[in-house]
Design a protein around this ligand. Sequence first.
Ligand code: NAD
Length: 336
Amino acid sequence: MIRVGINGYGTIGKRVAEAISLQDDMKVMGVTKTRPDFEAELAIKKGFRLFSAIPGNEEKFRDRGIEIEGNIENLIDDVDVIIDCSPGGYGAENRRVYERHGVKAIFQGGEKADVAQTSFISLCNYEKAIGKDYVRVVSCNTTGMGRIANIIDSEWGIERMRVVVIRRAVDPKDDKKGPINAIAPNPVKLPSHHGEDLKTVMPHLNVITSAVKVPTTLMHVHMVNFNVGEMPERESLIERLKKEPRIALFNSANGFKSTASIIEYAREIRQRNDLWENCIWEDSIAVEGDEIYLFQAIHQEAIVVPENVDAIRAVMGFEDKEKSISKTNRSLGLTQ
Ligand code: NAD
């Protein structure tokens, strides 16, 4: 049984913790919070042992009547792998603590690539993470781009990939940032960093991206365009996508006109409307000349969860990529 700790029980941390709880080969030994708030109380209600992310802050939790079992340093001594789900940039600082305790760590996409020995997307480069001490699961946008790029590249050979990333402004819980009434090129300087980030996983890819932020919290949308070496028939491309459980196809004729309807569907079938798949509009898929076009929506809060579970197996030396991916898929209910 792989013993796992979650440092930072926030948007990503809480989802990863629950996904790990569904695995039969790993166990959550505890989670950390910086503040004694309702999420700390919920972590305990859900049965997770709670630790302070900041050593010395334990009394703040006890003062609020929240049962705390120690701090991050105590949790680390009890685990084989730490999943660092702290806000972007903090993971690099936290790495010093992990190094001191000789514990393996998985970081998130808010960190720079050099925080880890490899960046990671399960379908693209599981092998590279096997036995490593430090791995970085890339961001939600990069994960979404990498999954579809991997399928198209391995089947038909990508010569050029171009993506316009329409980013949700903030996550639903975030009441501090915007924009609330603007479309903001973000970053303004072109191209955007997303393409370079994808190259940390697929270095050979000719990819350029641009991005804008829009006033919505539900999902990102990508307008994706590939030039490929060998043209697929549209139907065989769709058939191939249907075989991949980490891709879900939606059809506008069924009422899936926007991210609102996709999330409404997810509210009915998933806890917290989590969509771990790339959500591709099937009717957007076009094969024209030597180009493929499609729209995909990415649920930013959820898409990286399966990759974190696979990354745990990889760093612990589990060599069978397909077995890990299908085990994770089955446990989450990804069966397409
Ligand atoms: P979040 O703010 O929702 O949660 C972060 C948690 O870490 C909070 O509970 C906070 O209390 C805790 N924390 C703060 N400082 C800490 C520290 N020094 N050490 C440990 N924990 C600390 O953030 P999030 O959205 O879950 O993002 C976490 C990471 O995942 C970031 O790298 C982010 O870029 C990446 N990510 C986020 C999304 C997303 O859309 N939310 C998607 C993919 C990847």
